[in-house]
Design a protein around this ligand. Structure first.
Ligand SMILES: [Fe+2]
Ligand SMILES: [Fe+2]
Length: 324
């Protein structure tokens, strides 16, 4: 779809309200495409309930012990981060409903997206508890801490920044779920996370197509938003208890790190939208585009240095393990 710049003759004339209105038709088209592409699925079918049994406490069942968990240590860390991230859905809903509104096509999308995301938290928690994959008490306390702190978007000040952010973030979430499944050590966990990753991919496509329309409609502003979001990107779960430590383990283990962020998240979206080759920009748009290109080169270098450190650390650990 090609959108002719309408009404606003200069980038300074755009406001969030005008952008909301101008993008409504694209949202409706993308919503209809999404509803056709999304296949209904049942979270309960992915949970091995037969592995479940009562816990200690009220029902007097068996207390959780680490030896009961079939998933890898890395899988445990990442599953908890991913679930706590999904758990903060009420805050995410608040942020996007405030920005996008609850009316018309925007509102229908906001509610539909929220319902789909809700399924992810339900399914992962059911899986973790039925299989005793993680400590249920620690998980509940972490959920209370994380949700109790709430979540405030870094991009609440701007429609375009928010659209750009979610285009990258949905893909980041997809990759994180997918790689967690691969490295979980349990084929049933992998099957569930692949299903969830598929939803995240459809969310990414929705927002990426919306960002494409925004780049056509308000190219200079959208380019600046993409630059800002890419250069300041952080995962939505950054505020959870112990995030830094978990993120370091997740990076070292190859679930999500700088190389993956550059190669599998930022580059595919930027390339698909031809962001770095886009013409027809004014001076501020050109400057943002150049800064974005420089940042991507620098990030590639940082990712290479990370990989060197990762290889050295893993080699040292393997040597220690061999000695032991
Ligand atoms: Fe999700
Ligand atoms: Fe999503």
């Amino acid at each position: 779809m090609t959108i002719a710049p309408v009404q606003c003759t200069g980038s300074t004339a755009w406001t969030d309200a005008r952008l909301l209105l101008a993008l409504e038709e694209v949202v409706e088209t993308e919503l209809n495409r999404h509803l056709k592409a999304a296949r209904e699925w049942m979270p309960h079918e992915y949970v091995p309930w037969g592995q479940g049994r009562d816990f200690d406490g009220v029902l007097g069942g068996e207390a959780w012990e680490l030896s009961q968990s079939k998933v890898t240590p890395l899988g445990r860390v990442s599953l908890v981060v991913n679930l706590l991230t999904e758990d903060n859905l009420p805050s995410y809903h608040h942020e996007i409903a405030t920005l996008f509104g609850r009316d018309g096509a925007w509102g229908t999308w906001v509610h539909r997206w929220t319902a789909e995301e809700g399924r992810h938290g339900i399914a992962i928690r059911d899986y973790l508890l039925a299989t005793r994959a993680v400590d249920p008490v620690a998980l509940e306390r972490a959920r209370m801490d994380h949700m109790g702190a709430g979540f405030q978007s870094d991009n609440a000040h701007s429609m375009l920044h928010s659209i750009a952010y979610v285009a990258f973030q949905e893909l980041a979430t997809r990759i994180s779920h997918r790689n967690t499944g691969h490295l979980s050590g349990d084929p049933l966990c992998e099957q569930l996370l692949a299903k969830i990753a598929n939803d995240e991919n459809l969310h990414m496509v929705f927002y990426r197509n919306l960002l494409k329309a925004a780049l056509e409609l308000a190219p200079d502003l959208a380019m600046q938003a993409v630059r800002d979001v890419v250069t300041e990107f952080r995962m939505p779960g950054h505020g959870m208890p112990g995030f830094e430590r978990s993120a370091a383990q997740i990076a070292l283990g190859g679930i999500y790190n700088l190389r993956i962020h550059h190669d599998d998240v930022l580059q595919p979206v930027l390339r698909h939208l031809k962001v770095l080759e886009l013409g027809g920009l004014g001076p501020v748009g050109v400057q943002a585009q150049q800064e974005l290109g420089l940042f991507m080169d620098e990030l590639d270098g940082q990712a290479a240095r990370f990989e060197e450190r990762q290889a050295a650390l893993l080699a040292r650990r393997a040597a220690k393990a061999a000695q032991a």
